[in-house]
Design a binder for this molecule. Sequence first.
Ligand code: BG6
Length: 488
Amino acid sequence: MSPISSSKPATVVIFGASGDLTQRKLVPALHTLACRQLLAPETRVVGVARTEYSDQAFREHLYDGIARHSRAESGPNAACELWSEWSNNYTYITGELSDLETYQRLGDRLEAFDREFGTRGCVLFYLAVPPAIYAMIIDRLGRADLDRGDGGWHRVVVEKPFGRDLESARELNSKIHEVFDESQVYRIDHYLGKETVQNIMSLRFANAIFEPLWNRNYIDHVQISVTEAEGVAHRAAYYEQAGVLRDMFQNHLMQLLTLTTLEPPVAFEAGVLRDEKAKVLKAVSPVTESVRGQYRRYRDEEEVASDSMTATYAAVKLWIDNWRWRGVPFYLRSGKGLSRKSTEIAIEFKDVPHLMFDIDPDKDMTPNVLSLCLQPNEGIHLQFQAKEPGAGMHTRPVALEFRYAEHFGAGALPDAYERLLLDALKGDASLFARADEIELSWSIIDPLLDRWEKGGEPPLAFYESGTRGPAEADNLLGRDGRAWHEHC
Ligand code: BG6
């Protein structure tokens, strides 16, 4: 991983620059990087989209997003103050994305930047567009000779969703590879940009005390929960076609699973790390137990069919068939319209082999649980048994807590896009998904999708909004004598 240093001069080209992602995430992240002096001052940003904007109107549109979403809104690096210095670095090209002429104009602009600002042929193309046109843009970039830089690098950042099943993901990978070499491709999964997600690796591999226990000898089971209180809101049209398995499992939950279970990489280096992730994904055996749910009011949402079978909730049980994890069940769940937003990885350890105290293990003992609280109360929670003060030897569960906000200060956690954009500009692909990783995770999700969508199994379980989800998800663990943890 690169040390914290600023990027070298380059141009960032955002396709789909008039859209929500650009205004809400990309530009506020770029601008926060600029405020923190992590972007070379020569950096130029070109927005490309069909919407008509002058450079000035484009900048005003971006300023709204910065004022609302940038992290460096106040204090010495106030985003809004610095905007007057940086805004001129942003320009806009109005054009049809299918039209080769748009790319020729873009090429002229990139050449002019090379001459004027010394960006030396280094360009990061960001596809902030609907997935249906990823392949077309890549094709036009190739035809306009924008796939290679003169003396510099050209890279392409592809947003999720990456395909809607294994076959379409493979097709997209091969279309991309017709133009760009894998080393130029940066597939975003914004979960990998989260500090707390990266911390899974620090916790495991920068401490001596956890890793020796991190296997089937000591771990009873693992739970990964990503719950959301919000419904699908304005994204219903997309969500109807996607559903929770495509929206959350194939990408974010699979990434959390791999980081929790991979073997220790020998270096924090993109190739090595991604090899280990691919290895563990290959060891996941076919999912046999799953729950699919839908929150009751989903069918009343705008743009949702009144008989929609789209799942807004899923819980699955899976196994990883390798030396380390054989026999350890992994329970994964994610859903919308639930009681709260929380992302938690709970590692439940096995019971002690022998209890010397005269207590009822079922009543007086709880297992050790290490919970990684990824958001929103970022931290780590360790539950263990302690002696209750007084006569006798009664124990009770207590907790050790670490909170990011207490240790590093409120607001210390950067937005995922800040980290990912900076890494892409520096050429560090460690936190981006490689082609084989994407295909392997689709090969885990695909059979489940088939069973759900073609076979209609298991039946859709309805749940009320604002609750913990369908009872079937509790039964999934209940059958094994377990229950979901909520420690974060
Ligand atoms: C996105 C999904 O990738 O992740 C959304 O498309 C989901 O449906 C979001 O709400 C969750 O991200 P976060 O960072 O809020 O946990």
